[in-house]
Design a protein around this ligand. Structure first.
Ligand code: ZN
Length: 201
């Protein structure tokens, strides 16, 4: 199982990062060990600027390579929310030196994931979600604001990498990313339903 993450997929987030809008999807990967398997998240020692990024996550249902955009919807049937934790201080250094981002993005527990999967139906085209940080809503997402759609992402990624059943795709974060501290609480809602809630220890 692998986790594919899309970067800069919302214009307002690209703007807050002072990054140009991408012409093709930008992706990177996290290993399976990035999934949060404990109840709470433990703040890693190697960073002092850890940011949350709340994202819609797709689960791939079947194996596929070079998937055409028009058939991409047949490769997933459910979605949920996850957090793409990012060591922003390490990421800045990687970017400055033209190095890969893995140490900033792919560390253990860097991908908390909701267990509540929602089936995709016709009525679920307009997906709304939000992240609450210590009781304050800090991110609000709307699937229609994505620069690249679920289907475009799948078509692009599968040109390079075979997708397999159980793979996850984090589809990018809207604006409002920010730092967390030990003791903080994060809660994510998909539509109006709470699907993820945990403390930073
Ligand atoms: Zn992200």
């Amino acid at each position: 199982m692998k986790i594919i993450c899309i970067g800069r997929n919302y214009a307002d987030h690209a703007k807050e990062m002072q990054a140009p809008l991408p012409k093709t999807p930008i992706f990177f990967m996290k290993p399976e060990t990035a999934l949060l398997r404990t109840r709470d998240f433990f703040y890693p020692k190697f960073t002092s600027e850890l940011h949350y990024e709340c994202e819609l996550v797709l689960k791939i249902d079947k194996v596929g390579k070079n998937i055409q955009e028009k058939f991409a919807h047949t490769y997933y049937s459910s979605f949920t929310l996850g957090i793409d934790f990012t060591a922003r201080d390490l990421q800045k250094k990687c970017k400055e030196n033209g190095l890969p981002w893995e140490i900033a993005k792919s560390f253990d527990q860097s991908a908390p994931l909701s267990k509540h999967w929602i089936e995709i139906t016709d009525s679920a085209e307009n997906i709304t979600f939000e992240l609450e940080h210590n009781g304050v809503i800090v991110q609000k997402g709307f699937s229609q604001d994505m620069i690249f759609t679920f289907d475009q992402i799948i078509a692009y990624v599968s040109k390079f990498i075979t997708l397999k059943k159980g793979d996850l795709i984090f589809t990018g974060t809207p604006a409002g990313v920010g730092p967390i501290q030990i003791g903080d609480h994060l809660k994510a809602r998909l539509f109006d339903k709470e699907v993820l809630s945990f403390y930073v220890r």
